[in-house]
Design a protein around this ligand. Structure first.
Ligand code: UD1
Ligand code: CA
Length: 453
């Protein structure tokens, strides 16, 4: 897009959210509202938009993380006042695309069409409108024939105007010079005593400047998030569209109603997702993997054919053909080679478990490196924490760790070594050795009879 600057209004408190978080910091499909809007303007070729921040600006700025120019609105006196703050950074001959930070569902195709129409027609202003069944709360588009006459806020509208179903989406294009001139004239003479951005249209009309409306046919794009109810509505819309997308791409989703897939997740063909499953973050799932039921995978890579059931996994890599669960907990830094088995009530943290190794039941493996085809018996614990520092454990290829072994780190168990069940291992075990650390078994024959004699 030529000579385009974007202004995102994100300074408001969002009173109707009843939250300590600024409104644009609420999350939708795993991303904050303001990030959705930044992604959206990125897709129309604006890489560094101007973002108006104010309420809770530290957290908003941290979230924006240098992806935009920050403009501060110290007092939130209305949308017109918000956009006015950005005017020193706008050139007269630029097209200004104004968006709200609380409008996450706009599509870049729609924005492109809006900007194209505006520029092609040489308009001073073009407003993006939508026709929606329940227009309550939105500014209404008052027209005479096809021409815009006024934008009236819900609180300022008369009963007749409230019947109108064409609404202001809060997204506009302006000619830089025209916007600057009009903003310098707006007032606070309205029901809310605020500087309304929409008042610039009254000024344009008075000056007989060219103004246009462009209506999107997808009414959901207009959804502005003012309340928790609208946030949930948006979540449902995004969720359904993501599920539909992946099903069309060849993923089996047995029960879409109980399946949640984040916006940044990537799935391959012939992945199967069983009910009550959430895939979050930048999770990538390769072909033929089967996930669920009752599984949460956050920011993980699952290689081909892995099966994960009744499991929670975060920031982990699960190798080809691994078999995980039921009831496994994979914590950040877990890396599993191909064909690894992690079974019930096993917790793994920051550990690399190589091909074919098995941790089938009731174990904690933390800060460890487990070699190929090692077998970790039930109840094995890596005692990695001494109360001050964390220490590593190394278990060699083909080692056999007997049930209920405590491995007191730092410690190493060599290749093919065996630990006796119930041993507390505090010293390194050489390759191929057997270590047994437990009291001798004492048998007293006929003990019971002797005692009662
Ligand atoms: C606004 C429009 C309304 C439109 C609706 C679409 C006005 C007067 N009304 O109403 O016509 O139908 O959006 O969703 O513009 N903000 C600031 N500083 C302020 C005030 C607001 O940055 O001083 C930001 C908010 O953080 C928000 C955006 O501007 O992201 C819109 O403000 P909001 O209060 O939500 O406006 P609406 O009442 O929804
Ligand atoms: Ca709003």
């Amino acid at each position: 897009m030529s000579n385009l600057v974007a202004v995102i209004m994100a300074a408001g408190k969002g009173t109707r959210m009843k939250s300590k978080l600024p409104k644009v910091m609420h999350t939708l499909a795993g991303k904050t509202l303001v990030e959705h809007v930044l992604d959206m303007v990125g897709k129309v070729g604006v890489n560094r938009p101007l973002v108006i921040v104010g309420h809770g600006r530290e957290s908003v700025e941290a979230c924006i993380n240098n992806r935009a120019e920050i403009v501060i609105q110290t007092e939130q006196l209305g949308t017109g006042h918000a956009v006015l703050q950005a005017m020193p950074y706008v050139e007269d001959d630029q097209t200004v695309l104004v968006l709200s930070g609380d409008q996450p569902l706009l599509r870049s195709e729609t924005l492109n069409a809006l900007v194209e129409l505006h520029q092609a027609q040489g308009a001073s202003a073009t407003v993006l409108t939508a026709i929606i069944e329940q227009p309550f709360g939105y500014g209404r588009i008052i027209k005479k024939g096809v021409d815009l006459v006024r934008i009236v806020e819900e609180k300022d509208a008369n009963p007749e105007e409230r019947e109108i179903k064409e609404i202001n989406t809060g997204t506009y294009c302006f000619k830089g010079s025209a916007l600057k001139a009009a903003l310098s004239k707006i007032t606070t003479q309205n029901a809310q005593g605020e500087y309304y951005l929409t008042e610039v249209f009254d000024i344009f009309l008075k000056n007989q400047e060219k103004i246009l409306t462009y209506s999107t046919t997808n009414s959901y794009e207009a959804l502005g998030i003012n309340s928790r109810g609208q946030l949930a509505e948006a979540e449902a819309i995004v969720r359904t569209s993501i599920l539909d997308y992946w099903m069309a791409e060849g993923v089996t989703i047995v029960d879409p109603v109980s399946t949640f897939i984040g916006i940044d997740v990537e799935l391959a063909q012939d992945v199967t997702i069983l009910p009550f499953t959430r895939l979050l973050g930048k999770t990538v799932i390769e072909e033929d993997a089967v996930i669920g039921p009752q599984t949460t995978i956050d920011n993980c890579i699952l290689r081909c054919g892995a099966a994960v059931t009744y499991t929670v996994a975060k920031d982990s890599e699960i190798g080809e053909g691994c078999n995980i669960g039921p009831f496994s907990y994979l914590r950040p830094g877990t890396k599993l080679g191909p064909g690894v088995k992690i079974g019930d009530f096993v917790e793994i943290k920051n550990s690399w478990i190589e091909a074919g190794a098995k941790v089938p039941h009731l174990s904690y493996i933390g800060d460890a490196h487990v070699g190929k085809s090692a077998n970790i018996g039930a109840g094995t614990i890596t005692c990695n924490y001494d109360g001050v520092n964390k220490h590593p454990t190394k278990i060699g290829d083909h080692a056999f760790i007997g049930s209920n072994t405590n491995l007191v780190a730092p410690v190493e168990v060599g290749e093919y070594a065996v630990t006796g069940a119930g041993s507390t291992v505090t010293k390194n075990v050489p390759a191929k050795a057997l270590v047994v650390e437990r009291g001798q078994q004492i048998i007293k024959e006929h003990w019971h009879r002797e005692k009662i004699k």
